[in-house]
Design a protein around this ligand. Structure first.
Ligand code: PPE
Length: 315
């Protein structure tokens, strides 16, 4: 999963209201979020388009961050508009035409003890170049996935609608298990045995021409790419059904793919050693439409691309 090796450093990180040098964006080891996983974050992509750098669904990502914070009783010290503008400042400062953007808000250094009362809230935004999450080869030819023995956290364990840092221990264990067994990605089931998420992606299944994806009751993260894929698929004339799926729905599917900001639209060619096949026509069509959209090669879904505010446009 992800890029192997050191992450590519960029010049600046936005931290608590200012742009600081990459190396200076540090926290104290007494930080609440480090001890208890009490943070919320986002993963956003900025793409190079014919009209300059565009961020895909920037507003929705920060709105989800605000919702995630709310679910942790965390008061974000910045509004969605302020965070969007911070994001543009950062993108401008780092000067990359394409990058992955990672906002994070967490209970900081103040008081330890599980209750977060008394801890300040720190907010930072990083950006760096991040290539295909599951590899170029995976994007083109599909990946091999394995159902994890770790269940996805239930709705009354941690609110799964929140993109909360602590939840990712669950994802980490699942993907480590899959990787150690020789698979590229893990698929997690709910406590009741329904398909939930990949470790960092939502799942889609195509059977007899109908596109299925787990609904929110299956402990999924309400993915912004998932929403994008559902809208694109419907606009292209496909029927999309949100419903509970079981693991055999994957084994017997005509096509399976995953999607997420980092993974974009990645075909799955095998689940638990059941061959599904090379990327099928629906997957290929949706992947192409998605990549054309994010790179600004089509205007059809152009409303999702947000451009730098005029005053701050970079050369
Ligand atoms: N489910 C999970 C568990 C998840 O982490 C992600 C995003 C999604 C679904 C898809 O959500 P969206 O990006 O809104 O379409 N995972 C992010 C972080 C991955 C990481 O390794 O870090 C991402 O894709 O940016």
């Amino acid at each position: 999963m992800g890029t192997i090796g050191a992450m590519q450093e960029t010049s600046k990180i936005w931290m608590n209201g200012e742009l600081v040098d990459w190396a200076d964006a540090t926290v104290h080891v007494g930080t609440h979020g480090l001890h208890y996983g009490s943070g919320v974050f986002e993963g956003i992509r900025a793409y190079e388009t014919p009209r300059g750098t565009a961020v895909f669904r920037l507003t929705e990502h920060f709105e989800r961050l605000a919702n995630s914070a709310k679910l942790l009783y965390m008061e974000l010290p910045y509004s969605v508009d302020e965070l969007k503008s911070a994001c543009w400042d950062l993108i401008g400062a780092n000067g990359l035409p394409e990058c992955y953007v990672r906002p994070i808000a967490f209970f900081g250094y103040g008081e330890l003890g599980v209750s977060s009362r008394g801890s300040p809230v720190d907010v930072a935004i990083m950006s760096w170049p991040w290539g295909s999450y599951l590899g170029e080869e995976g994007l083109r030819n599909g990946i091999r996935a394995k159902i994890a023995s770790w269940e996805r956290i239930g709705p009354n364990v941690i609110p799964h609608v929140a993109k909360a840092t602590g939840i990712y221990i669950n994802s980490m264990l699942a993907v480590l298990e899959a990787n150690r067994a020789g698979y590229e990605e893990a698929i997690l089931l709910t406590h009741d045995g329904y398909i939930a998420d990949g470790s960092g992606e939502n799942i889609f299944v195509v059977t007899d021409g109908v596109i299925y994806t787990p609904d929110l009751s299956a402990s999924i993260l309400p993915g912004i790419t998932r929403d994008t894929v559902m809208q694109i698929a419907q606009d292209l004339g496909h029927r999309v059904v949100q419903k509970n799926l079981i693991r055999t729905d994957l084994y017997l599917a005509d096509e399976v793919f995953m999607c997420g900001t980092a993974a974009e639209v990645t075909p799955i060619r095998e689940v638990d050693d059941h061959p599904i096949g090379p990327p099928g026509p629906v997957t290929v069509e949706i992947q192409a439409a998605y990549l054309d959209t994010v790179h600004g090669r089509t205007e059809r879904w152009g409303q999702w691309l947000e451009y730098a505010p005029a005053a701050k446009t970079q050369a």
